[in-house]
Design a protein around this ligand. Structure first.
Ligand code: IPE
Ligand code: IPE
Ligand code: MG
Length: 254
């Protein structure tokens, strides 16, 4: 398709790339983009510089995901716990979506990407909501990669919302208790429009989930790397995909 040409023209022939099979790619990759602050500190820069550089990484990874024809990419951008950070840092982070989309939305539109979000959108500052909503609206009729930003996302909050929604349905007699099953829970989660992640990546050396997609990663493959998010790039991403391809997913079987 014509809109993919700019990506295909890019330099792809790395050593690692040649090992990646185009079969058996994960359909949905979820990423905990961590280490922006430490990346900046290492360079004697303010934490904000790390967040800014992290946006460049997002562009690289999205381009690669488009090129590889992945179905979905979920990026953990701001957690329900991140409000604990200093006000100035939170304010800076909340400006990033509009900065990112100002320079990048057209490319997303042209590349058939669908922007979506999970999390409690209503608690974000109005200017952040507006920028993100514009990109959701402008990409709504696209059919390619789902680029899903977890914004003010917390897995426990998501599960609570789902539980309450189901309890309301039972109370209103729209469903019976026996109608509650895993499929119904999937439908009630923020991620109802997605398949579960096949691969979960976390950068920066931390080996924890930090309240990310706890229900959905039940059978995901995990990949942890010490690389800080601003240093993560197409090659690091491909490395993670190659490791994924080496895994044997058994789902409890043999
Ligand atoms: C991830 O990088 C970005 C967000 C959580 C918003 P951090 O800001 O957590 O970077 P570190 O972990 O302090 O290095
Ligand atoms: C997880 O990173 C959240 C995001 C990447 C948005 P944190 O840096 O907030 O996680 P902890 O505090 O180290 O667990
Ligand atoms: Mg962190």
């Amino acid at each position: 398709m014509a809109f993919r040409i700019p990506f295909l023209k890019r330099k792809l022939k790395t050593e690692i790339n040649t090992e990646l099979s185009l079969e058996n790619l994960p359909k949905h990759v979820a990423i905990i983009m961590d280490g922006n602050g430490r990346w900046a500190k290492q360079r004697g820069l303010p934490r904000a510089a790390g967040h800014k550089e992290g946006m460049t990484t997002i562009k690289k990874i999205v381009s690669k995901a488009v090129e590889l024809n992945l179905e979905a990419l979920t990026l953990y951008a701001f957690s329900t716990e991140n409000w604990k950070r200093p006000k100035t840092e939170v304010e800076y982070i909340m400006k990033l979506p509009s900065q990112f989309l100002d320079t990048y939305l057209q490319e997303l539109v042209d590349n058939n990407v669908q922007v979506r979000t999970i999390g409690d959108f209503s608690k974000l500052p109005e200017h952040t909501q507006k920028a993100v909503q514009t990109s959701i609206d402008r990409t709504a009729s696209n059919t390619g990669l789902i680029l899903n930003f977890a914004l003010n996302y917390g897995s426990r909050a998501e599960m609570l919302d789902a539980l309450k929604g189901i309890a309301h349905d039972v109370e209103a007699k729209r469903i019976a208790i026996d109608d509650i099953n895993e499929e119904l829970i999937n439908q009630k989660l923020y991620t109802h429009f997605l398949n579960d992640p096949d691969l979960l990546i976390r950068t920066s050396g931390e080996v924890r989930l930090s309240n990310f997609l706890l229900w959905q990663v039940a059978y995901s493959e995990f990949y942890f790397t010490d690389v800080y998010w601003p240093d993560f790039d197409e090659n690091e991403f491909v490395k993670a995909l190659i490791v994924y391809q080496s895994r044997k997913r058994r789902y409890g079987g043999i």
